[in-house]
Design a binder for this molecule. Structure first.
Ligand code: PEP
Ligand code: MG
Length: 570
């Protein structure tokens, strides 16, 4: 008699890339591979490193040709690591001290990975994964064992792994990978980055998942909520299928808004995109976003040992500027808080979110800031560019930073370098700025409300502290009251006001913010058309009815209830 199949198991990881996927699992085997002894271990190792380096360059090329520039960047970084004498020297020293090649490679990997992992910066710490991935390829090469051939998957499947390497993903065909579930990783992990760039659903941090699943088992995942069901019952499958269908139907319905301008009554509401990378820019173009409402430039500054050069920045900002007829808002670097740069002397322990962050850094790091401003002013020649300052707290800061920008413009003029001085706006993310919004509006060309930070500062709840999730709803009436003060002040001064925090992509948030008079809702590229669809179906009369009850509500839940009941009554 065949034993009954193991029962359904559910777990919750971290949602890393939206979408719902249901399908058979392919569990990635992470069996240890032993390196055989050779006569000349150091020469064998060096030959294997050279072969792996060449493989990585080829995979990088493959990824680039497939239009997956972020995967290509990761592979490029690994190719460089495979050339780094640090690895070869350490292995040679181990062998000289009497270790077998297998032991020397194991020790070297552990030592160098631990060195990276100990650095108190999530981006550098993530390089530990690169070391492990590179030496693992070397290990497979020396043992004559193929790495897991993900390129051979033919049936649409869900990958389940302790971790999927960046190199492996270069072999994936996005058409057959419905989703990822991994034990390792957070939102900044490679798997999450690559899943987003592939546009597949992903759940990371699913501890223990590899033990629970066998290849071929049915698996369902929700990349937004982080829910995973292994061998789902008929009932669970039906629930995930309903979620998947709702997600697909909403996407499909929204697709008809690609490139369409939406209005609330006769007032235009623009829906530009938030971007942080080349892939994001390409996606925003493909989705027909109304320009870029937030280019988070700091991502160019974080994952590296030294700051990007003026030329590198100029190229990136120009690419964004040239991609759109609409305005491209380039935010100067918002380093600090959970985004420390290793080469700056700002200890994240001493400088958490309430510390030296964003514009608070610009006078002390004037070389870094001036170089960035040079690149932005030069790129402004190539499109409709605006410059935006993050983490502004008061008027004196704006005056001082604007003086720095004017000096840079003068310098470029003196050098005869083509440039343009773009409109300068500020993020409204510190409650103090919203409370004196009239005074601030008189100093700037536009406002953009960062509801992510405005919520954490208004609610006194660190945005990275999962325990405080209940205090992070940007639809709290206190946050909305600050948004309303900001919008009214902007309009009194004839300037535009956007929202570029996550609240703009929340359907109820989009409704409330548009109803309050927000001119632009800047959301991630994949949310552009769903957000346009929400605004398109909002009646002006409903919007008008909403504002007072929303501001009079006592909690975010009440706000959401008001939106539901007013929308239903329309
Ligand atoms: C915000 O704070 O809402 C915002 C858009 O900026 P970031 O999320 O980059 O801090
Ligand atoms: Mg912010």
């Amino acid at each position: 008699m065949t034993p009954p199949p193991p029962p359904e198991t559910k777990l919750v990881g971290t949602g890393a890339a939206g979408g719902v996927a249901i399908g058979p699992a392919v569990v990635i085997d992470t069996v240890e591979v032993e390196i055989p002894d050779t006569d000349d271990p150091v020469a064998s190792f060096n030959d294997a490193m050279a072969a792996v380096q060449a493989d990585l360059v080829r995979l990088q090329e493959q990824a680039r040709n497939a239009g997956r520039s972020e995967a290509a960047e990761v592979l490029g970084a690994q190719a460089l690591m495979a050339e780094d004498p640090m690895l070869a020297d350490s292995v040679a020293a181990g062998v000289a001290a009497g270790a077998t090649l297998d032991q020397a490679v194991t020790d070297t990997t552990a030592e160098i990975a631990a060195m990276f992992a100990a650095i108190d910066d999530p981006y550098i710490a993530a390089r530990a994964t690169d070391v492990v991935e590179v030496t693992d390829r070397v290990r497979h090469h020396l043992a004559g064992v193929d790495s897991t051939d993900l390129g051979a998957i033919e049936v649409p499947s869900i990958l389940v792994a302790a971790a999927i390497t960046a190199a492996e993903t270069a072999l994936l065909d996005p058409k057959v990978v419905l989703g990822f579930i991994t034990e390792a990783g957070g939102p900044t992990s490679h798997v999450a980055i690559i899943a987003r760039s592939l546009g597949v659903a992903a759940v990371v941090g699913a501890t223990g998942v590899v033990e629970m699943v066998n290849s071929g088992d049915a698996v369902a995942l929700d990349g937004a909520s982080g829910d995973v069901a292994i061998r789902p019952s008929d009932e669970t499958t039906a629930a995930f299928t309903a979620r998947r269908d709702a997600f697909a139907a909403a996407r499909e319905a929204a697709a008809r808004f690609r490139g369409v301008r939406v209005t609330l009554g006769d007032r235009p509401v623009a829906v530009p995109a938030n971007v942080g990378s080349r892939d994001d820019i390409e996606l925003a173009i493909a989705e027909g976003a109304d320009g870029i409402g937030l280019l988070r430039t700091e991502f160019l500054f974080l994952d590296r040992a030294a700051a990007p050069s003026e030329e590198e920045q100029f190229e990136f900002y120009s690419l964004a500027a040239q991609g759109f007829d609409d305005t491209v808002v380039i935010r100067t670097f918002d380093i600090g808080g959970d985004k420390p740069a290793p080469y700056l002397d700002i200890d994240p322990e001493e400088n958490p979110f309430l510390g030296v962050r964003g514009a608070r850094l610009y006078s002390q790091e004037s070389d870094l800031f001036n170089t960035q401003v040079r690149a932005i002013l030069r790129a402004a020649v190539h499109g409709d560019v605006s410059l935006m300052l993050p983490m502004i707290s008061h008027v004196a800061e704006i005056r001082s930073v604007r003086a720095q920008i004017a000096d840079v413009a003068q310098q470029l003029a003196d050098e005869g370098v083509a440039h343009e001085l773009p409109p300068v706006g500020v993020m409204v993310e510190v409650p103090a700025v919203a409370l004196v919004a009239d005074a601030v509006a008189a100093e700037v060309d536009f406002f953009s409300i960062g509801t992510n930070d405005l919520t954490q500062y208004t609610m006194a709840a660190d945005r990275t502290n999962g325990v405080l999730d209940g205090l992070q709803d940007p639809l709290h009436p206190a946050v909305l009251a600050l948004c309303k003060l900001t919008a009214d002040a902007a309009h009194r001064h004839g300037i535009t006001v956007s929202v570029c925090g996550l609240a703009a992509a929340d359907p109820a948030g989009a409704v409330v913010l548009a109803a309050m008079g927000i001119d632009k809702l800047s959301v991630s590229a994949r949310s552009v058309n769903p957000t346009k669809s929400v605004i398109d179906s909002l009646e002006a009369a409903t919007a008008e009815r909403l504002v007072q009850p929303v501001l009079a509500a006592a909690s975010a839940q009440e706000v959401r209830e008001v939106v539901r009941s007013e929308s239903a009554a329309a």
